[in-house]
Design a protein around this ligand. Structure first.
Ligand code: C5P
Length: 417
């Protein structure tokens, strides 16, 4: 499995965007180099601006090589015809991202100081048009210090967005809060920040992955669902501004940033967790491949071979249908909760999808050819609802998830209107 699926699926996602990447001093400057590379890979143009302190940690030469543009450090840089780098650079930007943002740099922002080019440029930016995002990086004591926490509250009040921080090993050898986010996480946050927000204010509940139905403590029944589609939808819904809860069966996928994840194993646990979170959700999307049956009994200890050649006889009972239960709840029936079902079919996609939509009682049913998509990074979807049939042709699950979220947002806002 790729360690960073969120970093691989973004080619071209920032095409046409111009990002000013600011570096202030900190050991995390090495991550800014990787972040710069990912921004370029995602299609952005990147202008790097560094403080003198940042130049102690990484050279402007390295950042120029990675960004493909000469780096700015000094406010007295005479290259611009008008000698006003701070004005020109800030006005060209779709966003300014300062990562690492040191404690000192954040303190300078709070005070509106402009002693070198980077804070000067941040101060001079058109505040309502050019967003400022900060990726703090510092020792845990510096992070926890009341002065830093006070400064962070103030920069947010002054319009900046703070990304992170992470918890873990620090360059100084200590362990705690204050690590800068990884490059792929910064990229995910920036893409989410820049995305349109058609689901702002909506609470979205999603089930994803397989379920695991235990036979005994070491064996069970499951299926080949990877969870990738559901996780991609969770990410896309969060980017669209929703508050997202993801009920995940046993899968090996990182949680999309900003998404609340609840891990479950069996269908019954998934059912209980979903019911518990559905009471205040506005949209429910059931992508999980829930096991239809479970063993009628679960052995307390491992079932042993006894050498006789006899095989255990197994009886099954039906699992609760999570989607059908939620779709028949009073909130769904009254239109307060919009339910979306998935169907993994092996043939007759449209006919099967229409039948399943009626059977489950959901306004929107999304069909795909199950065996052709399990575990893969791409898929093709067929949306069946009152309007008829909408085809989302084969594409990455990332792109399909974004398109599906737009389709759902359009239908939900149509309901509200
Ligand atoms: O009945 P079938 O499994 O084909 O229906 C698929 C849809 O129903 C998916 O949206 C799936 O997440 C949901 N489902 C469920 N609980 C079950 C079975 C399916 O929520 N027990």
């Amino acid at each position: 499995m790729n360690a960073n699926p969120n970093a691989t699926a973004v080619a071209g996602e920032l095409a046409g965007r111009h990002i000013v990447l600011g570096l202030s001093g900190g050991a995390a400057c090495f991550k800014a180099a990787e972040f710069c590379r990912l921004l370029i890979k995602a299609g952005a143009t990147v202008q790097v601006v560094m403080t003198e302190a940042a130049c102690q940690f990484i050279t402007p030469v390295a950042m120029q090589a990675l960004s493909g543009r000469p780096v700015y450090v000094s406010q007295w840089d005479a290259r611009p015809d008008n000698n006003m780098a701070h004005i020109n650079l800030s006005r060209e930007a779709d966003a300014i991202v300062v990562a690492p943002a040191s404690a000192d740099f954040i303190a300078q922002l709070v005070q509106g100081r402009a002693g070198e080019l980077l804070p000067l440029m941040c101060l001079a930016r058109p505040i309502h048009r050019v967003p400022l995002l900060l990726g703090p990086a510092m020792n845990r004591e510096m992070w926890a210090h009341p002065a830093t926490q006070r400064n962070l509250r103030q920069v947010v009040e002054d319009g900046a967005t703070v990304l992170g921080v992470a918890h873990g090993d620090q360059a100084c050898g200590e362990f705690g809060d204050g690590r800068m986010l990884e490059a792929a996480e910064l990229l995910e946050e920036l893409i989410a920040f820049l995305a349109p927000k058609p689901l702002l204010g909506q609470r979205v509940l999603i089930t994803a992955g397989p379920t695991f139905e235990a036979i005994d403590p070491v064996r069970g029944i499951t299926n080949l669902s990877s969870g990738k589609m559901g996780f991609a939808i969770a990410r896309a819904a969060r980017e669209a501004g929703a508050d997202v809860t993801l009920i995940a069966g046993p899968v090996h996928l990182p949680t999309p940033r900003g998404v609340r994840r609840v891990d479950v194993d069996s269908a019954r646990n998934m059912h209980a967790a979903t019911v518990a979170h559905a009471h205040d959700a506005h949209i429910f999307i059931a992508t999980a491949a829930v096991a239809d049956w479970r063993p009628a009994t679960q052995a307390e200890h491992k079932i042993k071979k006894d050498g006789s050649g006899d095989v255990p006889q197994m009886a099954f009972v039906e699992n609760p249908d999570i989607l059908a239960d939620i779709a028949h709840s009073p909130r769904a029936q009254s239109g307060d909760l919009y339910c979306v079902g998935f169907a993994a079919e092996s043939q007759d996609l449209q006919a099967n999808a229409q039948a399943k939509r009626a059977r489950k009682g959901v306004p929107l049913l999304v069909a795909n050819i199950g065996p052709a998509t399990f575990g893969k990074d791409d898929n093709a979807l067929l949306l069946v609802d009152d309007e008829g049939v909408t085809e989302l042709p084969r594409a990455s699950k990332r792109l399909l998830a974004q398109q599906l979220v737009q389709e759902i947002a359009r239908r939900v806002s149509g309901l509200d209107a």
